[in-house]
Design a protein around this ligand. Sequence first.
Ligand code: ADP
Ligand code: MG
Length: 459
Amino acid sequence: MPATAEHVWTAAQSQLRGMLRQDHFALWFEPLRPVTLDGDLLKLQVRDEFCAIWLTNNYLDLLRSAASRAAVRPINIEFVVGESGPETPPTVADETVPSRIAGEEADPAPAATANGAPTDSLFNQNSTFSSFVVGSNNQMAHSASLAVAQSPGRSFNPLFLFGGVGLGKTHLLNAIGHEILGRKKNHKVVYTSCERFTNEFIDALQNNQLARFRRRYRQVDALLVDDIQFLAGKERIQEEFFHTFNTLHEARKQIVLSCDRPASEIPGLEQRLISRFEWGMTADLQPPDVETRMAILRKKEASMKIKLEPKIIQFLADNIRSNVRRLEGAFLRVASFRQLAGRAVVLDDVESLLREILEEERRRNLTIEEIQRRVAEHYDIRLADMKSKRRPESIAFPRQVAMFISRQHTDNSLSEIGDAFGGRDHGTVMHACRAVKNRMEVDAQVRQTVGYLEKQLLR
Ligand code: ADP
Ligand code: MG
């Protein structure tokens, strides 16, 4: 007898019960209800959106692995908000926009369930234009998206959005999808990731279903393809996508693409695709400035009906700068702590709840130059000596300390660090790091100094 959602979930739950703190388990995992197990997709019902986001951000991997162990095969998890019972049909028609929160956008689940359910054309319910905060960092991308959504195929075609991780590309693609469907109910809009497009193409090849695959992607009013950088170096897929693109473009159907970099920087992307991607409109997304970060947090408070102390909101906006996904994750963590603790949150709570995120943020924002400057200042040597070939111990040792701190607290490689220190090679940097480490072990004074410098730099 094939395993049902209930079987798998009961077994997964009992694993989780053993792994988690009792109160945590009771709060987050006990109330989950299995809805359906369809192919490799287990749907779990959660009571509200907050739960779904919290579980996605914090426990998706754990849930996936517990369910996979229980089912003895890889299982993906999806959360369904609200009342849908186990009789919910397993597949959903293209046109419907069910209330669901997809798994992590950055890492889409492998394509197509066994029966080829069209899961990719479902949009994330929460990613709409009205939930998107516009700032100077994303204004162009936002207005181009809006224009395209209001008159698909008539304004910019294709629209090519690019920017780093967590800056709102997937959000805008979803918003475009919602908006088109909101205006034109019977339009066919397909949202897919490039990875899923690729996997489905390979499946179609193997199962002799190319005609069906092509109908699916070429007979649409709008095709939204996320993370197109996945085309890098894949000739056969590029060829297929080229024809899909041409068919749609000629028929004046809207194409929207997202990418983590400009098209011209995708390695091994055919010239004819690069030039097509640049035919329409290209807009980039930058990290949000502090005002936009504040606005995003305020919007989150409103949508989740949770209020944090103004000081806490300010702290989050000031300190989490690299991307919106992180900012949201931090907010959720603090908000959920507040729910659990049932008392006001103070800065110390936030520091300890978000220790890793904050460290990572500070690390990201720390440059080798700052380290050099601070260390030179402390030892009272010239900044230029960080790069010079001079060897007296009074200069060589501070230089080594700066290399050591750069290694510990930035994401630069050994050779990048070497370069920044007057073109030294990576072996020299490695040697410097080892030397400082050894000195710290035997010399309390050195240990203290390095610790003090690190603390100052990471403040
Ligand atoms: P990307 O696809 O660029 O990696 P996403 O679109 O997945 O980023 O965004 C990450 C998270 O941040 C999502 O939850 C998204 O809703 C949110 N987000 C990003 N930019 C904004 C914005 N300008 N306003 C509101 N939410 C945003
Ligand atoms: Mg994305």
